[in-house]
Design a protein around this ligand. Structure first.
Ligand code: PLP
Length: 395
């Protein structure tokens, strides 16, 4: 075969998000963009904050030699220090620049971290439903994802996580605010997880990491707070990015923050710097690093997403759908009115609505709506949602 069998298989499985995105492109070409209600992909529709454009213009004029060349693999030192200050506040922990490694988005961050800590066959436990790219990222490093069921309101269940532990467990990977559910884990839930990880680390005599994938940390509503991770978990690594909070997904800029309290900070950060290099990232994009370092107090108009959430929730509830109100990110994860969520997404497609089956996130019986879309997409879709539900009930 021309290509590796594992990749051929991955292409076959692909992802439901991509499938629906491609389906949508066809539908838009045929029906006209304005007649398609696309909730398929988490591509932020809000523009970056105005300050981003000003900053870029300023940076573009800077002729200081070396600014566009190679740099230390961890990133510009001043950028690492600026990010560390910000992380210190978020994490209620004094974090210095040597705990930060700039990355190629959160996706690049996760891959660099996995490569640094995973031996082939190691296992990563993830509460489900979850962002399906984790499966592919884990496979890149011959890790195995073990899925742990959550409650109907998507809280972690410590017993189901405990049941997935084995001597090969290397990490528990959490994502809060969550894609696809919008769930923000409570401090109590996190504390219970922390106790479990400590107990299992002692039992197996091995460091077990908490990896927090946090690209949505700042996309939160109604005054909700995302609890700090570092005070709760000693061997903790945060993977984050500016893809969602500044709408810079295409610029591929993010960072890894390692808890200063980990067992051996220079060893772990040294390993991640090494993997950043050898995975071919070399370093995070230079211009984007310098831009985000000046924009750490900025974020997109999160209120716009909250309004979309509320309109969509109200419209769906009025039509008879069941859906939990999410605290953050920009996704709804309603219950599918019929058990077969793939079949239901086809009914939605007949109404020109693009949704992703929950099956694609290991959360069957639901579907995901990415409401980082225009207001017109939200309001215009509601009659179609109503009709699809009626058809589903008719059978
Ligand atoms: N993690 C989650 C939960 C996501 O939803 C995404 C993107 O949608 C990523 C990671 C990847 O983010 P980035 O664009 O920063 O690589």
């Amino acid at each position: 075969m021309l290509i590796a069998s594992g990749i051929a298989e991955a292409m076959q499985k692909s992802s439901w998000i991509r499938k629906m995105f491609e389906e949508g492109a066809k539908l838009k070409a045929c029906k006209g963009e304005e007649n398609v209600f696309d909730f398929s992909i988490g591509n932020p529709n809000l523009p970056p904050p105005e300050a981003f454009y000003r900053t870029l213009a300023e940076l573009a004029g800077d002729r200081t030699p070396g600014l566009h060349g190679y740099m230390p693999n961890a990133g510009f030192q001043d950028v690492r220090e600026a990010v560390a200050l910000r992380v210190s506040v978020e994490q209620d922990t004094e974090v210095k620049g040597d705990s930060i490694i700039m990355s190629v988005g959160a996706g690049g961050a996760l891959n660099a971290v996995f490569r640094a800590i995973i031996d082939p066959g190691d296992e990563i436990i993830v509460p489900k439903p979850f962002f399906v790219e984790y499966v592919f990222y884990a496979a890149n490093h011959q890790a195995v994802i073990r899925q742990a069921a959550t409650t109907p309101s998507f809280d972690m269940i410590i017993a189901t996580i405990e049941a997935e532990f084995s001597p090969k467990t290397r990490a528990v990977l959490i994502n809060s605010p969550n894609n696809p559910t919008g769930k923000v884990y409570s401090e109590e839930n996190l504390r219970a997880l922390s106790r479990l990880i400590e107990k299992k680390s002692a039992e197996y005599g091995r460091e077990i990491f908490l990896i927090a994938d946090e690209p949505y940390r700042a996309v939160i509503f109604d005054g909700v707070e995302v609890p700090a991770i570092f005070p709760l978990f000693k061997n903790a690594v945060i993977c984050s990015s500016f893809s969602k909070t500044l709408s810079l997904a295409g610029e591929r800029i993010g960072y890894i923050a390692v808890n200063p309290r980990v067992d051996n900070l220079p060893l772990l950060t040294g390993a991640i710097i090494m993997t950043t290099r050898i995975l071919g990232f070399v370093n995070a994009p230079a211009l984007a690093q310098r831009a985000v370092a000046r924009l750490l107090d900025e974020k997109v108009e999160v209120d716009f997403y909250r309004e979309n959430r509320d309109l969509l929730l109200e419209g769906l509830a009025g039509a008879g759908y069941e859906c939990r109100k999410p605290e953050g990110a920009f996704y709804l994860f309603p219950k599918s009115p019929i058990p077969d969520d793939v079949a239901f997404c086809k009914l939605l497609l007949d109404e020109n609505i693009l949704a992703v089956p929950g099956t694609g996130f290991m959360g069957p019986g639901h579907f995901r709506l990415a409401y980082c879309s225009s207001r017109q997409t939200v309001t215009g879709s509601l009659p179609g949602f109503r009709r699809a539900l009626e058809k589903a009930k008719e059978g």
